[in-house]
Design a protein around this ligand. Structure first.
Ligand code: AR6
Length: 326
């Protein structure tokens, strides 16, 4: 998954580079910076930082990772929040952009960011998260890298209250609890019976004929949707938060069956409506269900006409659901 939001201690991440929310003097501080210095080896890392000396806000410098599982540490001082009128947004964006560019120059395939500036520097979390996600996803439109956004504690994750409330309301209205499903089973059985009557009956056909008569495969259906929506393959997998290699596997292996969250990621990328999404899902043997919270959240976004995969992932993360992409 090119961009993944995870809850972890960044010093434990097994990636090519981790990013330090540094200060311009490159001295060991508190917060994530203190944790990184301790885990990497404070004396060695301080010596390496002192050799560099200084880093302006929004810029980025690189040292080795020393005792960390990561090979490199990219140090970037984010802006101190002073109310928003002192170019804080622009500088925070620069911190992400310059760190990513530096990682690319060092041929990193994976990188983990903390939410820069959102601790001691006081940047409002909701806005900082939006800047992080939009800057990283813009970068990923042109580059291939696996980027982790590491959220230390759940509370620091700032899904907007408005969005949170409306998703919650939607779940309340549409999510069918277990008890209700049992209660309705008889009705559903009738529905299924009706459906079977409407479907083409498989009569007087040999098994071989039935098998030869299979509907189009998942990859055929996906490629058809891509053509119908006038999108390119690259746009499709980038907007689906799907790794290029996985996409080419799906494209080339006719019988490949992807995971449900991968199929939904494609549906979101292609801006499919609920019927079209179910149509794509059915080619891989799945369907959207009202008794699954994950599915209800997806349906909420589709019905809202909101197809930003990263925004959807922020919501899925908040509700402890698997994230879209692969
Ligand atoms: N792993 C991941 N995230 C963490 C960790 C961790 N181990 N520890 C804290 N966070 P902060 P800033 C989160 O204060 O606001 C230092 O003294 C934390 O919850 O570390 O950019 C520097 O030297 C928060 O969301 O960085 C600077 O002087 C995020 O990391 C100054 O603080 C950033 O919080 C930089 O302040």
């Amino acid at each position: 998954m090119p961009l993944e939001i995870v809850r972890n201690d960044i010093t434990k991440m097994k990636v090519d580079a981790i990013v330090n929310a540094a200060n311009p003097q490159l001295k060991m501080g508190g917060g994530v910076c203190g944790a990184i210095f301790k885990a990497a080896g404070r004396d060695e890392l301080q010596q390496a930082c002192d050799k560099i000396g200084h880093c302006p806000v929004g810029q980025a410098v690189l040292t080795k990772g020393f005792n960390l599982p990561a090979s490199y540490i990219i140090h970037t001082p984010g802006p101190i929040w002073e109310g928003g009128s002192r170019r804080e947004a622009e500088l925070l964006k620069d911190s992400y952009k310059n760190s990513l560019e530096l990682a690319k120059q060092h041929e990193c395939e994976s990188i983990a960011f903390p939410l820069i500036s959102t601790g001691i520097y006081g940047y409002p979390k909701e806005e900082a998260l939006q800047i992080a996600v939009s800057t990283i996803s813009q970068f990923l439109m042109k580059a291939d890298m696996h980027v982790y956004l590491v959220v230390f504690d759940k509370k620091s994750f700032g899904l907007s209250q408005k969005l949170f409330t409306s998703i919650n309301e939607y779940i309340d209205d549409h999510y069918i609890e277990e008890a209700e499903i049992t209660f309705n089973r008889r009705i559903e059985e009738n529905e299924v019976f009706k459906y079977h009557l409407e479907a083409e009956p498989i009569l007087n056909q040999s098994l071989m004929e039935v098998i030869n008569d299979l509907e189009e495969s998942f990859s055929e259906r996906l490629l058809r949707f891509i053509d119908e929506k006038g999108m390119t393959d690259v746009e499709t997998y980038k907007r689906a938060n799907i790794d290029r290699r996985l996409f080419s596997k799906i494209r080339n292996e006719e019988g490949y069956t992807p995971k449900k969250k991968t199929v939904i990621a494609f549906a979101i990328s292609l801006k499919l409506n609920v019927d079209e999404t179910n149509n794509l899902l059915s080619a891989a043997g799945y369907t959207l269900s009202r008794s699954n919270k994950f599915d209800v959240i997806i349906e909420y976004f589709i019905n809202e006409g909101s197809f930003n995969i990263h925004e959807i992932n922020e919501a899925l993360f908040t509700f402890d659901q698997p994230l879209l992409g692969a």
